[in-house]
Ligand binder design. Structure first.
Ligand code: F6P
Length: 526
């Protein structure tokens, strides 16, 4: 029997807050620190590992976290989710994104169909379509091959697929699986669509309109923008556009598209990278086999997330340490710092994934919670971040937990030796140095040069950022955020907080304003 209780009603949480705090600078120094780095690590899928040696934990904290996981029934709640319970209570929906990449539990039937079959059928349809485009069987009206794919979508219909595309673009070029260049239009700022359209050859471009709801104003506006451009170039828009949407959306039955692929309401936008939302653009860009490898990595990581032993479950442990940092140690934000240029937009994707999921102040029954929930997430790839905001991270008044990601090898492989080391070695040296610098600090009589240390971090380490590794990385964070939502007793799968701004913007556009809204409308010349 699953119980949905607030975090601060759990006795294991009270016990956790009484466990003696770990002095990170002390435990990470000398041989003790070396032992921790070897001991506090968990294997992940695709050769990745999650190392939490530099987190503010020891065996006592880990034991208390294990008890919290048990009392909060994290494994049971995940099981209920993948077996098709209505976990998204706010919208009365199942939560099925795991099924886009595998079958973790029982078969789930909804809307009269087996859902795993539905998702795999969509994948097959996309693969078939992509193969025909690559083979020149589906072409533009002049019978010429498409060379570019442009995704039109926003939020979850943009950030995840864009981050995944950028993560694999160079890998695919190096491994001869690169098929088509991809571009993305998301913002309703006309300069976004105009700049992308100016940079491509529209006659040889295929546009993927992605909107689960089929009602998002930004996306529909950008669709019109693109249709105008196609018309102005003397082209038939319906021969250049495909749609990814839910079967119940207004876009589903339209004749305006060359083809339509479906997801459904059981997949939240921000959790949709492994559905048709990411599948169409990634299969067109890199081929369906690469997309399948990406799904495989995610599926393997999902299986690890099922493990009831917290110390063998990287997602659950990462989630619990995050809760400890947020609710016991009182840290308000988390920085995501990939030491990989290919992951340049991964922090932006995690921002939506985490903040839209767990940025809630009521529990899943709509009652106010009186403890902090989701942290502020931000990040940049290293080493660029080091020359930007790391000053605050090292010496600022707030302690910001850090989530590093690093790979032993680069994707392209081209490198240079300067001062006896390659660029890749310099990159990896920097992330190792940062972990220890943040944890241990450095005493200096000059207070301006003093580093207190005690700043916790974890790192996910891999051999190389491959499609499997990327899938595993994505699934790690999706599952981590899900587990945190369970601990905080919030519904991580709705997003009512985005509605008010949309409603007010419509009022501004309809000139139905008064008070401050009217003055701002006048100031902005609307
Ligand atoms: O795919 P859609 O329905 O256009 O939604 C786009 C995005 O808008 C949001 O609903 C927020 O406004 C996100 O959750 C979602 O990813």
């Amino acid at each position: 029997m699953i119980k949905w209780n607030n975090l601060n009603t759990l006795s294991s949480f009270e016990n956790l807050s009484k466990v003696e705090r770990v002095k990170l600078a002390e435990v990470m120094s000398g041989e003790n620190g070396a032992d921790r780095v070897k001991k506090y690590t968990i294997p992940m899928a695709a050769g990745l590992s999650y190392n939490y040696a530099a987190k503010q934990v020891d065996d006592d904290v880990l034991e208390a976290l294990t008890k919290l996981a048990e009392e909060a029934q994290l494994a049971e709640k995940f099981e209920a989710l993948y077996n098709g319970e209505v976990i998204n209570t706010g919208e009365k929906r199942l939560v099925l994104h795991h099924m886009t990449r595998g079958q973790l539990g029982e078969a789930v039937e909804a809307d009269g169909v087996d859902k795993r079959t539905f998702y795999t059928e969509q994948q097959k349809k996309i693969a078939d379509f992509a193969n025909k485009v690559h083979a020149g069987e589906i072409t533009n009206a002049a019978g010429e091959k498409f060379t570019t794919v442009v995704q039109i979508g926003i939020g979850g219909s943009d950030l995840g697929p864009r981050a995944m595309y950028l993560a694999l673009e160079n890998w695919a070029k190096k491994n001869n699986t690169f098929k088509m260049e991809a571009k993305f239009i998301s913002n309703v700022d006309p300069d976004d669509a105009a700049a992308v359209l100016n940079s491509i050859d529209v006659a040889h471009s295929i546009f993927v309109l992605v909107s689960k709801s089929g009602t998002t104003l930004e996306t529909l506006t950008n669709e019109s923008f693109v249709k105008d451009a196609l018309k102005n170039a003397g082209l038939d828009a319906s021969k250049h556009m495909i749609a990814v949407t839910s079967e119940t959306s207004p876009l589903a039955k339209s004749d305006d598209y060359l083809a339509a692929f479906f997801m459904d309401d059981y997949i939240g936008g921000r959790f949709s990278s492994t559905s048709a939302v990411g599948g169409a653009v990634l299969s067109l860009a890199f081929g369906p086999e690469v997309f399948a490898q990406f799904l495989q990595g995610a599926a393997e990581e999902d299986k690890l997330a099922m493990n009831k032993n917290v110390l063998e479950n990287p997602e659950m442990l990462d989630a619990l340490i995050g809760v400890y940092e947020r609710n016991v140690l009182g840290y308000p934000s988390t920085a995501v710092l990939p030491y990989s240029q290919a992951l340049s937009r991964f922090p932006a994707h995690l921002q939506q994934l985490d903040m839209e999921s767990n940025g809630k102040s009521v529990n899943r029954f709509g009652e106010a919670v009186d403890y902090p929930t989701g942290p502020v997430i931000f990040g940049e790839p290293g080493t660029n971040g080091q020359h930007s905001f790391y000053q605050l991270l090292h010496q600022g008044t707030d302690i910001v937990p850090l989530q590093f990601v690093g790979f032993k090898n680069s994707q392209i492989g081209t490198d240079v030796v300067i001062q006896d080391s390659t660029s890749q070695q310099k990159l990896c040296a920097n992330v190792a140095a940062q972990i220890v610098a943040f944890a241990c600090g450095k005493a200096d009589e000059n207070k301006n040069k003093n580093f207190k240390g005690g700043r916790p971090s974890s790192i996910i380490i891999g051999e190389e950022l491959t499609p499997e590794a990327l899938g595993a990385l994505l699934a790690h964070f999706e599952n981590k955020i899900m587990f945190q939502g369970f601990v905080w007793n919030v519904n991580s799968f709705d997003q009512e907080g985005v509605q008010l701004g949309k409603v007010l913007a419509k009022r501004v556009l309809a000139h139905e304003t008064d008070g401050a809204l009217k003055v701002f409308s006048d100031l902005l010349n609307i």
